[in-house]
Design a protein. Structure first.
Length: 521
């Protein structure tokens, strides 16, 4: 199951383990248990610090195991075979259990340690999901930081009765102490927000740990934000980068073939490369947190801006570069928000496998919508594409492929009116023929929304001027309407939302910020 290349890589990683880690596998009978045992046996064969132990610990299933260090359960469980995208989650959990440093900064570490209640997280995942590992890995770190917390990865494909019982139709789906905690397209920052909302006392004053005045603070860590941070650091400036996750929307991109000089890569690989490049410089990285508001002086434009973070911190900075990118645009119709994760989805790669053999819809006839339809057609029974305009907006080659596919139907010039659900599951979509005004319904099990992006700029009300669509207005140097605040990438008015353009815009904004600092010192 594990190739020699993978085993050799794991052997290299485990050479620096400081503690032995035992994988405690539940005994019993299950059709997948032999495969899991073989998987774990191969994994443990690469290091004397990895030990496989089989015993009856009354776990969820014979395909459930947990990590143990020196006889102590570390609170990290896996139900299923953590291969695919979740293999990294397992390896990271092993290394971090053994003593490798965690990825959370001091403020988040303190927050997690302050939780006094017993928390057991269940993370339902799909091995094809690109977002799931981030959630699994973060909750695993929470478990390592606080013995009151435990986390269990559950492969939904192997626990269908449980999936049906809880009406789960999207991943990641996170349960806390048996109750739904978060689902749909979620990330670690949102999980932390929910923890803060539930346990507000975990935020303590960080006045004694405030960063010194920063020269440049970059908000966002996609291509634009990473480029801006690196360029600023190369100028010898004090730089902090704040982001809910490194990579941004790029991390969800499957294939990238238009990044000049890199013929072909993936969003995950490009994100990894960006992280490696960031580590070459002294950049303070604050991941999994948000900027709630920016406080600026009315009296003096040269006064440092104060950034208020979701974890309670306040950062003062001479300049700010906003590179927060964009998020999936929602339909804004009844039933959409209520059914996210229960039939409404935004990531066909993540949630498509849950609709195997079922009928689904894709709303949106641009490139992303037609690509989603083609991708889903290989998994589901049938895909119906709904396009608001009389003609599709996607590239001709994609349209031709979709029109030729016997599992894809395209309906144009229609408006989605409602997502219809029964007993917690989507059962139909209501739409209107824009030519005749006739209302219709189509029975189905899933709706994938692919209607473009919305700039992540809501927190900037009263700070900088934006267009009616929410894009930050910038000049040719990336300067916003507020001196000392710059913007770059998809959140700005720069045309053509492309990775390579975002990188260039981030670099330009950083050089402009440096020039601003020099002229206003």
């Amino acid at each position: 199951m594990l190739s020699n290349d993978i085993l050799n890589a794991v052997k290299t990683y485990t050479e620096k383990m400081t503690n032995k880690v035992s994988l405690i596998l539940q005994t019993g009978e299950h059709e997948k248990r032999a495969e899991l045992k073989d998987f774990l046996t191969q994994l443990c064969s690469v290091s004397k610090n990895l030990i496989l132990i089989e015993r009856d610990d009354k776990l969820r299933s014979p395909i459930t195991f947990y990590l143990d260090v020196e006889g102590k359960n570390k609170g990290i469980y896996f139900s299923g075979i953590p291969s695919g995208h979740e293999f990294n989650s397992l390896i990271l959990a092993i290394l971090q259990s053994s003593g490798t440093a965690l990825k959370l900064d001091n403020s988040l570490t303190s927050m997690v340690k302050n939780i006094k209640d017993k928390l057991h997280f269940e993370v339902f995942i799909s091995l094809s999901c690109h977002n799931c590992p981030d959630v699994v890995q973060s909750l695993n770190q929470f478990a390592l930081l606080n013995e009151n917390i435990s986390s269990e990865m559950i492969d939904g494909a192997l626990f269908q009765p449980l999936i049906d019982k809880r009406n789960i139709q999207g991943v990641p789906s996170v349960y806390l102490n048996g109750q739904l905690f978060a689902n749909g397209k979620i990330d670690t920052a949102q999980l932390i927000d929910k923890l803060i909302a539930r346990f507000p006392s975990i935020i303590k004053s960080n006045n004694n740990e405030q960063l010194p005045l920063q020269d440049v603070t970059v908000i966002g860590a996609g291509p634009a934000g990473v480029a801006a941070a690196i360029y600023a650091a190369r100028k010898g400036l004090n730089v902090t980068m704040i982001a809910d996750r490194i990579g941004g929307q790029v991390k969800d991109t499957v294939g990238i073939e238009n990044l000049i000089s890199v013929p072909k890569t993936t969003g995950a690989q490009l994100t990894s490369n960006m992280q490696a490049h960031l580590s070459d410089y002294e950049i303070t990285q604050k991941e999994f947190v948000r900027v709630d508001k920016i406080e600026k002086s009315i009296a003096n434009d040269n006064t440092p801006k104060k950034l208020h973070l979701s974890n309670g911190e306040i950062i003062a900075s001479k300049t700010v570069i906003i590179a927060t990118g964009a998020k999936w645009r929602e339909l804004g119709v009844p039933g959409e928000k209520e059914n996210i994760g229960s039939g409404v989805a935004y990531c066909p790669h993540c949630d498509g496998p849950f609709f195997k053999g079922k009928d689904v819809a894709v709303v949106g006839g641009g490139n992303s919508g037609i690509e989603a339809a083609l991708d889903l057609a290989g998994m589901v029974n049938h895909v119906t594409v709904f396009e608001f305009l009389p003609e599709l907006k996607a590239d001709k080659i994609l349209v031709e492929k979709a029109q030729a596919h016997d599992k894809i139907t395209i309906i144009k010039n229609v408006a989605t009116k409602e997502v219809i659900a029964e007993n917690g599951k989507v059962v139909a979509i209501a739409y209107q023929d824009r030519a005749t005004a006739e209302l219709k319904q189509l029975p189905l099990s899933g709706i994938f929304v692919q209607i473009g992006l919305v700039p992540n700029s809501e927190f900037l009300n009263g700070v900088v001027e934006r267009t009616q669509h929410g894009e930050i207005i910038i000049d040719e140097k990336g300067q916003t309407t507020t001196p000392g605040i710059f913007a770059a990438g998809d959140v700005s008015t720069v045309p053509y939302k492309q990775i390579i353009i975002a990188m260039g815009e981030g670099a330009k904004a950083s050089l402009s910020a440096f020039d601003y600092i020099i002229r206003n010192s």
